[in-house]
Write a protein that binds this ligand. Structure first.
Ligand SMILES: [Cu+2]
Length: 475
């Protein structure tokens, strides 16, 4: 037996052994499937004359099977009742967004996405002509249950052809939405029908797969959540969904430039920049899940939460076994990935939650300025002001107060300063991919409860002379 054959048999044995849900017959079938699918090994395995394994599936849906590592708690051949909210799952919470309504026709969940131009506001002061679905940027979150048979109509109201790809879903190839490769494009005015069975659960995404650089860059994307039919873990109390993306909107313009490959100036969570991002609100000690997807054009984002450590429990490939869930305070979400994090909200307060790339937590006007940090500008404004009325030097003390100054300056049309908003204590010098995770003890609902007031004795402040003397600190 040569080395590659021995290696193949070993890995195939491991895969088969791990298929714990499968019956004996299925195990035999699966082993056969795997051999058959490794056409490169066919000759040396002596399988030349054996027919390829038949792909079994649920009739018209022709569901694939064989691999067991993606998260699945249904039998692809079984028929299930359409999953119901509350009874079968706790609906997700979409800050600044919504979930896509559906109806049930003959046991099939029917959705309708309409691709169209949307005049979208990223935060007060910054609007742009984008592309989205159903009047929203990004599109509404599609939410369903494993085992559901779904039908998604896609109407193209754009002036260019498009498709929709269901990112991470295991489905028949003809439903995969790759223009040219798996289907012809949906022309302007046409409506196509995607139809398949959900045979796995997890956090997935959808996006255009026609001229992706332009169409994803203009906003044609959304999240796709499939709840487990038989959950292994307890349901979370709050199940949040966030989609990261990035845009280049030059001050004074109203349309993203999708041709750039770097220097994005508008970094978004659910298509909003801080302070346009809605806070994630929860009650003390609730079980929290946050699902983060990244469909930025060019940037990976380390997603960071203050005040907590969390576990990374799922990727878009499936559930991470408990022994492999490692604790983090920052999880890297690369382009084309989703990550689920989970924890208990046991630490009350207003906790910053943001991408940790510093340039991704600033807004449009904070990029590419002349470096003035540390320059003494006394008298400069007056001298230049004689030549340029209204001139004001920016950035000599860093960028932190630029948003504050912008309140009394003439800003270019359709532009927002680098950062922020007025907080409880001072100006909050953050923008872009920044939001606030708000944990409260006594709240009746999940409306934004305002700023958290720390209990006395728990707020930082200036040291007194007595304290400095007591501890021998010389300043
Ligand atoms: Cu980032």
């Amino acid at each position: 037996m040569d080395r590659s054959r021995r290696h193949f048999l070993t890995t195939s044995g491991i895969a088969v052994a791990s298929a714990t849900l499968a019956s004996k017959d299925l195990l035999a079938q699966e082993k056969h499937d795997m051999r058959g699918s490794h056409s490169g090994h066919k000759m040396e395995m002596g399988q030349k004359n054996k027919p390829l394994a038949k792909v079994t599936g649920s009739g018209k849906y022709n569901t694939p099977r064989g691999n067991e590592f993606y998260a699945r708690s249904v039998d692809p051949d079984e028929t299930y009742n359409p999953g119901e909210p509350i009874k079968d799952y706790t609906p997700v919470v979409v800050p600044n967004g919504s979930t896509l309504p559906f109806k049930i026709v003959d046991g099939i969940k029917v959705f309708h996405l309409i691709a169209e131009e949307v005049f979208h506001e990223f935060a007060p002061g910054l609007k742009s002509h984008c592309w989205g679905y159903n009047g929203q940027v990004h599109g509404p979150v599609i939410e369903a249950v494993e085992g559901d048979n779904i039908r998604i109509y896609v109407t193209n109201k754009l002036e260019v052809p498009t498709t929709v790809h269901w990112h991470g879903l295991i489905l028949p190839m003809g439903m995969d939405g790759v223009a040219g490769l798996t289907q012809r494009t949906i022309k302007p005015g046409e409506t196509f029908k995607y139809e398949y069975k959900l045979i796995q659960h997890g956090t997935f995404m959808y996006h255009s797969h026609k001229d992706a650089m332009t169409q994803e860059g203009m906003g044609l994307m959304g999240m796709f959540i499939v709840h487990p039919r038989k959950p292994k873990r307890e349901r979370p109390d709050r199940d949040f969904v966030l989609l990261m993306s990035e845009w280049d909107i030059k001050p004074g313009t109203y349309r993203p430039d999708t041709s750039v490959a770097s220097g994005y100036n508008t970094l978004t969570l659910n298509a909003k920049v801080f302070p346009g991002t809605e806070a994630l609100v929860c009650k003390l000690n609730e079980k929290i899940r946050i699902r983060v997807g990244n469909l930025s054009a060019m940037d990976h984002h380390p997603f960071h939460l203050h005040g907590y450590a969390f576990k990374v429990t799922e990727t878009d490939g499936g559930e991470i076994p408990e022994s492999g869930q490692w604790p983090e305070v920052t999880v890297l979400v690369s382009v084309g990935q989703t990550r689920n994090i989970e924890f208990v909200a046991d630490n009350p307060g207003d906790w910053a939650m943001h991408c940790h790339m510093t340039h991704h937590t600033m807004n449009q006007m904070g990029h590419g300025l002349p470096n003035m940090v540390g320059i003494k500008t006394t008298g400069l404004d007056q001298k230049v002001g004689d030549l340029l009325p209204g001139y004001m030097t920016m950035g000599a003390n860093g960028m932190g107060d630029m948003g504050k100054h912008a309140q009394h300056m003439d800003m270019p049309e359709n532009s927002i300063p680098m950062v922020g908003t007025e907080g409880l204590h001072d100006y909050i010098g953050m923008g872009g991919m920044f939001t606030v995770f708000k944990v409260r003890e006594n709240i009746e609902n999940y409306d934004d409860p305002g700023w958290y007031k720390p209990p006395s004795g728990t707020l930082v402040g200036p040291a007194t002379k007595e304290e400095l003397n007591r501890d021998g600190i010389k300043t």
